[in-house]
Design a binder for this molecule. Structure first.
Ligand code: ADP
Ligand code: MG
Length: 457
């Protein structure tokens, strides 16, 4: 072992003792036990972590604590750097590598009693999930949850409909069972959870209900936004959640909103949901849409030319579900016509109404942005457009300019004109200000995201 490695291990060992004393047990286990000391010299230390998601989260939430512990352990400032792609040595019963584990039981990992988890589709796997910028963190957090249940706990994935949340959560269920066929994995939609709960009250089978949902290694609940305004169900869910969480078993939830945006959700549940890892899936980019179409062709037994694929990817942007819907419609047409190949103009004809709806949904006007922003802040639209510069107007106006730039195709001078004849430099300034504010201030980031969602709903 080189001196750098052994120095890193010693220093990290000391820092861990300090961290263990300062953090609660769960946080320490969740975020620090899986860090691998790589090398250190007199001035700095390099630490190995699993992936970008972990690195970002650790830096954002524990960067200061970590720096302090390292400084104390070394007796001087010792900056750290994080290197991704490292996992700690496996605990007992050697874990398969990520690749083996993803191998669907073929190859490296011992062949297991495969088959999808209860209530889950076998085709919802990590392998069949196309990863792009908009879902990378959700994917990597879900993967971690499947490989090391309890590390990211609870995991909360949100995004609007058709973005792949159900696919991802069921991929965790299927994968966890692949890794450990003996694991108890319970996947349900929130609605099924509600129905089972009501049945258990009716049939006096409450004990069975509780055993089913509390004696699990992984509990996966899809669409938890449906808990909103259901007080009795929330009470039951709260107790279920606590039992599982305290046993250090994995909980994963999906939702179409952030916890704090779910109407009628008790605060104690909001704070439970926010206590772990929250990650969002946003609309698929053009590249992701292309990759999804290429991948899904096989599922739908159709082979499209590159030109047709690019055409569909460019025109169907709102969700993966719609993208898949388009593909299914073309596959049905092609098969009904004896396997005819689909040209761009055929696709345009067959998908006509769907393409119109897509075009309509993309139309966000500067005017609708100004209206939505002023409603959000409770100010008059003329204040946003006008020339006054009171403090309470400045930020909403910049947000409106920023969104006009991001969500419409208008040029900078056009946007400036729409805001009371301001020049393009003012718009650039606003965009930069809001980008900066979103990076630094969670409140502004949430506000912008909420207005954006409202505009695109
Ligand atoms: P949600 O639960 O967010 O409403 P779903 O998980 O039901 O969305 O996804 C809708 C369809 O789109 C499913 O058939 C799913 O397989 C597919 N899908 C979504 N995202 C992806 C992706 N990134 N890669 C492959 N398929 C995807
Ligand atoms: Mg879903």
């Amino acid at each position: 072992m080189s001196a750098g490695v052994s120095h890193a291990r010693n220093l990290w060992g000391e820092a861990c003792k300090i961290l263990e004393g300062r953090l609660c047990r769960t946080a320490y286990e969740q975020w620090f036990e899986c860090i691998v000391p790589l090398s250190a010299d007199e001035g700095s230390i390099s630490l190995g972590v699993s992936d970008d998601f972990f690195a970002q989260w650790l830096t954002d939430n524990y960067g200061d604590v970590l720096s302090e512990a390292l400084a104390e352990a070394a007796g001087r400032e010792t900056p750290f750097s994080l290197e991704t792609g490292h996992s700690p040595a496996p605990k007992e019963g050697a874990q398969a590598s990520e690749e083996d584990a993803l191998d669907d039981g073929v190859g490296g990992a011992p062949c297991k009693a495969a088959g999808p988890a209860r209530n889950c589709h076998g085709r919802y796997t990590f392998k069949n999930f196309v990863v792009g910028e908009e879902n990378r963190y959700a994917y990597s957090a879900a993967m971690t949850a499947a490989q090391s249940p309890g590390v990211f706990n609870p995991l909360y994935i949100y995004g609007s409909t058709g973005m792949g949340k159900t696919h991802l959560i069921q991929a965790v269920a299927n994968q966890a069972l692949q890794n450990d066929p003996g694991a108890t994995v319970e996947y349900v939609t929130c609605e099924e959870f509600l129905n089972s709960y009501v049945d258990s009250l009716k049939n006096k089978t409450h004990y069975e209900f509780r055993s089913r949902f509390r004696k699990v290694d992984l509990l996966l609940i899809d669409d938890v936004h449906q808990l909103g305004n259901k007080a009795a169900l929330q009470e039951e869910f709260f107790n279920t959640f606590n039992t599982i969480y305290n046993l250090n078993k994995q909980i994963i939830m999906t939702s179409d909103k952030q916890p704090s945006e779910i109407k009628g959700l008790e605060l104690r549940l909001v704070s439970r949901f926010e206590s772990g890892v929250i990650t969002q899936i946003t609309q698929p980019s053009y590249e992701t849409r292309l990759a999804i179409l290429r991948l899904k062709q096989e599922d739908h037994l159709i082979k499209l030319g590159e030109e047709t694929i690019s055409f569909i990817a460019a025109r169907v942007c709102s969700s993966v579900r719609h993208l898949e819907g388009a593909l299914m419609r073309l596959a049905a047409y092609s098969s009904a016509m004896g396997g005819v190949s689909i040209t761009v103009s055929t696709a345009e004809r067959i998908l006509g109404d769907l393409l119109d709806k897509e075009a309509e949904s993309r139309k966000v006007s500067i005017e609708s942005i100004q209206r939505t922003v002023s409603e959000h802040f409770g100010i008059h639209i003329h204040d946003i457009i006008g020339s006054k510069r009171p403090r309470n107007i400045a930020e909403p106006r910049m947000i409106a300019m920023y969104l006009s730039r991001k969500l419409t195709n208008h040029s900078l001078p056009e946007i400036g004109m729409a805001f009371g004849g301001r020049n393009h430099a003012t718009v650039i300034h606003a965009v930069k200000q809001i980008e900066g504010a979103c990076a630094e201030d969670e409140g502004v980031k949430r506000t912008v995201a909420a207005i954006k969602r409202q505009l695109q709903a």
